[in-house]
Design a protein around this ligand. Structure first.
Ligand code: ZN
Length: 127
């Protein structure tokens, strides 16, 4: 059981790396973008205050145009948050600040995962 889970995680990490390698570069997709900071707040839907937060400084020159945040619940299967479409849409509009939420669609045992991810992006562009 433990061994099988370990292999699934390794496989998922490899799939994520492959997606990142195959994705277009952020600098090519949004040429005017100079800087991007993404703050991620994650919490269970039944807890009002964020449980878990981190800030990701995106290296625009080398980062893939892919924004996928894994679910922080280690028991969650097939979960995670793909923010790529929302983030790229905001950057294409030239938004300096944008935010949104995304509910995890994964499952924990026989129940749905209730984790909700909130994100705030702060971007800078070429003048
Ligand atoms: Zn989840």
């Amino acid at each position: 059981m433990m061994r099988r889970q370990g292999r699934e995680v390794t496989l998922r990490t490899a799939e994520r790396r492959q997606r990142e390698d195959e994705a277009p570069r952020l600098a090519v997709t949004i040429p005017a973008l100079r800087g991007l900071r993404l703050q991620v707040l994650e919490h269970s839907s039944n807890i009002a205050r964020p449980e878990y937060a981190h800030v990701r400084h995106v290296v625009v020159a080398s980062a893939p145009a892919l924004f996928v945040v894994p679910c922080s619940d280690k028991d969650c299967k097939e979960g995670g948050h793909d923010l790529t479409l929302e983030v790229l849409a905001a950057l294409r509009r030239g938004n300096l600040r944008f935010e949104g939420t995304d509910a995890c669609r994964g499952t924990i045992g026989s129940a749905g995962c209730s984790r909700i991810l909130g994100y705030v992006g702060v971007a800078t562009y070429q003048a």
